[in-house]
Design a protein around this ligand. Structure first.
Ligand SMILES: C[S@@+](CC[C@H](N)C(=O)[O-])C[C@H]1O[C@@H](n2cnc3c(N)ncnc32)[C@H](O)[C@@H]1O
Length: 420
């Protein structure tokens, strides 16, 4: 703990942002855990409310300032081991005269909150502690019974090269100072093109000094296989609701050329699905996921049976990138995504293209673009196919299968009551 505290006191991470307000105004900064924007990822069963009591554990420098500016009605508390980070947060609170946020120097292991917070966020923190499960249990205890947690831990698949470099630097007794930072940079930047870590390093956005320290010279840092996350959560009093983003964590689309019976994929739980996909793709370097305290939320929407006729469908956050439908062929459009900074795509067939078009049309015609019911999608798809003179069969089962597949690539999200 002392080593970690020393590191984050000397090398504040992320790099402190002085002008957060301007960045928000120019849409240049968004926290993933901003439930104001991503409400239904956390609380698909609940109407939006901005009266949230929020804890950010290991808040670092910028997270709670961003959340406080974005959500003036939230009440936010941040804790962190690093005095220097909390000092910076206090300066920003003063600068922006923020009344809805407080911050203190505190170790996660020293908190004793019980059922106090509606929303608990801890991103990139517990994997730097010696007892991640114990830290997670503290955070679960702090969450109230209808609350949610957003947790991010490192994923092993895309970080293999990071650990090789950490080990190399340990053998060479490289220190956490300017000389060490320069040495790491020089090693990767001037190393051979086929150095395994080079591609990831080139895509890295935090190449500043504290970013080099945080990644390559970190003394306490574990990464998880997807299946280890099940073990991490077990016994903490929480249930895994969903991955924050399913793209790259469900295998069907990436192995479609093998023509495998979908039943083989469907019998896997979310951890196994993610593990299989990442053993194939090998690029994830972190897992963001959502935990809840009631068992009824466990693996929500993972089973197709969770999609009801009254479930509301909304577009995921890739709207605008799915395109290209050609009604005269079997090409229903495609979803573009980036993998290792290469642009790739997942094509749809015509039937999927119809469903997608009806979702978008339904959302555009609904009040406040609030989404479209599964039951009304069925009739919309039937009439669109008829209008376009396409001989396609749409049934309740087919629509739900297509929606489920779209959910698995984050193209849609669901809102609705949860049984239990
Ligand atoms: C990688 S930074 C992430 C900061 C922030 N959560 C974010 O996503 O921007 C990790 C932070 O966790 C803090 N930290 C590590 N161990 C901690 C502990 N046991 N208790 C409280 N904070 C801790 C560090 O001081 C550091 O500020």
């Amino acid at each position: 703990m002392e080593e970690i505290k020393k590191q984050y006191n000397k090398f504040l991470y992320p790099e402190p942002i002085e002008n957060m307000k301007e960045l928000i105004e120019s849409n240049s900064y968004a926290e993933m855990c901003n439930a104001n924007i991503f409400w239904d990822k956390y609380f698909p069963e609940k109407k939006y409310t901005d009266k949230l009591n929020v804890l950010s554990a290991g808040c670092g420098t910028n997270q709670i300032i961003n959340l406080a500016l974005e959500n003036p009605n939230w009440k936010i508390h941040g804790i962190d081991l690093s005095e220097a980070s909390i000092d910076f947060v206090h300066k920003q609170i003063k600068k922006y005269d923020l009344k809805n946020v407080t911050a203190e120097v505190k170790d996660i292991f020293d908190i004793n909150y019980k059922n106090e917070f509606d929303f608990v966020v801890s991103t990139g923190v517990i994997h730097h502690t010696k007892q991640p499960k114990k830290a997670l249990t503290k955070l679960v205890d702090a969450t109230n019974s209808s609350g949610a947690l957003h947790i991010m831990v490192y994923a092993s698949y895309g970080r293999r090269g990071v650990y090789d470099i950490q080990k190399i630097m340990k053998y060479l007794d490289v220190q956490q100072d300017q000389e060490g930072i320069n040495l790491v940079r020089n090693y990767i930047e001037n190393g051979p093109e086929d150095l395994p870590e080079k591609k990831r390093y080139n895509a890295k956005t935090d190449k500043y000094d504290a970013g080099i320290i945080d990644t390559y010279l970190n003394p306490q840092d574990v990464a998880y296989d997807a299946t280890d996350i099940e073990e991490l959560i077990d016994g903490t009093g929480s249930y895994f609701q969903n991955w924050y983003d399913n793209l790259f964590l469900y295998p069907q689309e990436y192995l479609r050329y093998l023509n495998i019976d979908p039943k083989k994929f469907n019998k896997l739980n979310p951890f196994e699905s993610a593990d299989l996909t990442q053993r194939h793709l090998g690029q994830a370097n972190k897992f963001d996921f959502i935990l809840r305290k009631h068992k009824k939320f466990e693996f929500l929407w993972h089973d197709i049976k969770d999609i009801k006729n009254e479930t509301i469908v909304k577009n995921g956050f890739y709207l605008g990138v799915a395109s290209g439908t050609d009604w005269s062929s079997d090409f229903g459009g495609q979803l573009y995504y980036k993998a290792h900074s290469d642009l790739k795509s997942i094509p749809f067939n015509l039937q999927e293209g119809i469903v997608w078009s009806c979702i978008i049309e339904g959302i555009n015609n609904s009040d406040n673009q609030s989404g479209v019911k599964v039951s009304s999608l069925l009739s919309k798809c039937k009439s669109m196919a008829k209008e376009k003179k396409l001989e396609l069969v749409f049934t309740d089962k087919i629509i739900k299968e297509i929606l489920h597949k779209m959910w698995k690539i984050s193209l849609v999200r669901f809102i609705g009551k949860v049984d239990g």
